[in-house]
Design a protein around this ligand. Structure first.
Ligand code: SAM
Length: 349
């Protein structure tokens, strides 16, 4: 039998199917911007009370009727909207996740990932691979954290914090269910942004004293959220730099922090936590984890985004364990906490 394992240009094994598959992958950018237009024009919010025609949506939104119809037709082909006939569209489960402010909303994620900072940085992605470093500075004039800290980008930074907070709310439920807080009274959320994660833990345990450590521009949002949730009496927010020092605690939360940084930087953050942790203390790292190589894996796509945007990376469990071992921690438990994230529970050694 002929060896078909090495197809040539003349004898493609399934050129048509492969071409469709590659074109389908390429349309990822179209899909992302379709979701963006739906979110910006708040089409899922317009449909919250029931199906509408594209023309009705266009009138409410002040958008072009035919273009709005085409967008909604494309969204129905993606399963984000349902088609009800006569140019009327409704919301599907996916579409509901693009509504503003609903539990589990991904609208802010869509706006961040397709927004200025991310989109500009992707334009430099091949160079990021060539250099082994994010080209966000080339794209934005500053690395991503400096960019968000600039007063003129405050709105984009707030959107980013909200997007992170939305994911935290989803993941926090899983973490609260899986984490045994026995023996913990003080918790520091390292890089805790708006405080969604730690506030969820505090809401579930009336004894916990919580603190967010983050950059100066982030901590006011955390204080406001604590106040909104009636938790201010047990909460504080500290502006600081986790590369310098972290406050003492029984438990450190590090949710989607390590993936922002290279190995040396992660080791510095983790060592700072190790130096400050109270006797018998723990850390809870919440991250996505790279799966088996060669198999479909959402996290390895996220890893490309980390390379485009930051000097960090997504890691597999061996890579995480190497970081923990280098900084005085040992992973003792691992569990899924929802939305593809894992809790990696660490004990100080
Ligand atoms: C990817 S976000 C994660 C936020 C939060 N842990 C969550 O998952 O919702 C990273 C956070 O680290 C903060 N950050 C970046 N550099 C920092 C530093 N040197 N010291 C303290 N926080 C920092 C950012 O302001 C941002 O809030």
């Amino acid at each position: 039998m002929a060896d078909m394992s090495h197809s040539t240009e003349d004898t493609p094994s399934d050129a048509g199917g492969d071409a469709v598959a590659v074109l389908d992958m390429l349309s990822g950018l179209v899909i992302a911007q379709t979701l963006r237009a739906l979110a910006v024009l708040q089409i899922p919010d317009h449909l919250a009370d029931g199906a509408l025609t594209a023309e009705e949506v266009a009138e409410r939104e002040g958008s072009h009727p035919q273009a709005t119809y085409r967008l909604m037709r494309a969204a129905s082909a993606l399963g984000v909207l349902s088609y009800e006939g006569n140019r009327r569209f409704g919301l599907t489960g996916r579409g509901r996740l693009l509504r503003t402010g609903v539990p589990g909303s991904l609208r802010n994620q869509v706006l961040v990932q397709t927004g200025h900072a991310h989109w500009q940085s992707w334009a430099h992605f091949p160079e990021a691979v060539r250099q082994g470093a994010s080209q966000a500075k080339e794209a934005l004039g500053a690395d991503i954290w400096e960019y968000y800290a600039r007063p003129e980008n405050a709105e984009e930074a707030a959107r980013f914090a909200e997007a992170m907070g939305d994911m935290s709310s989803v993941v926090a439920q899983g973490a609260v269910a899986a984490f045994d807080a026995t023996g913990v009274s003080t918790v520091v959320d390292v890089g805790g942004a708006d405080g969604h994660f730690i506030l969820a833990l505090m809401a579930a345990d009336s004894q916990l004293l919580g603190q967010v450590l983050d950059l100066a521009h982030s901590v006011e949002g955390a204080r406001q959220n604590a106040s909104k949730n009636g938790l201010s009496a047990r909460f504080s927010a500290t502006a600081g730099d986790f590369f310098e020092e972290v406050p003492p605690a029984d438990l450190y939360l590090l949710k989607t922090i390590l993936h922002d940084w290279d190995d040396d930087q992660c080791t510095t953050i983790l060592r700072n936590c190790r130096s400050a942790v109270n006797e018998g203390g723990r850390a809870l790292v919440v991250e996505m984890v790279i799966g088996e190589i060669g198999k479909p894996d959402f996290t390895s796509r996220g890893d490309m985004a980390m390379l485009a945007m930051t000097n960090g990376m997504e890691r597999d469990l061996d890579e995480f364990d190497a970081l923990f071992a280098a900084s005085g921690w040992r992973r003792v438990r691992t569990y899924p906490v929802g939305a593809g994230y894992f809790g990696l529970e660490l004990l100080a050694v």
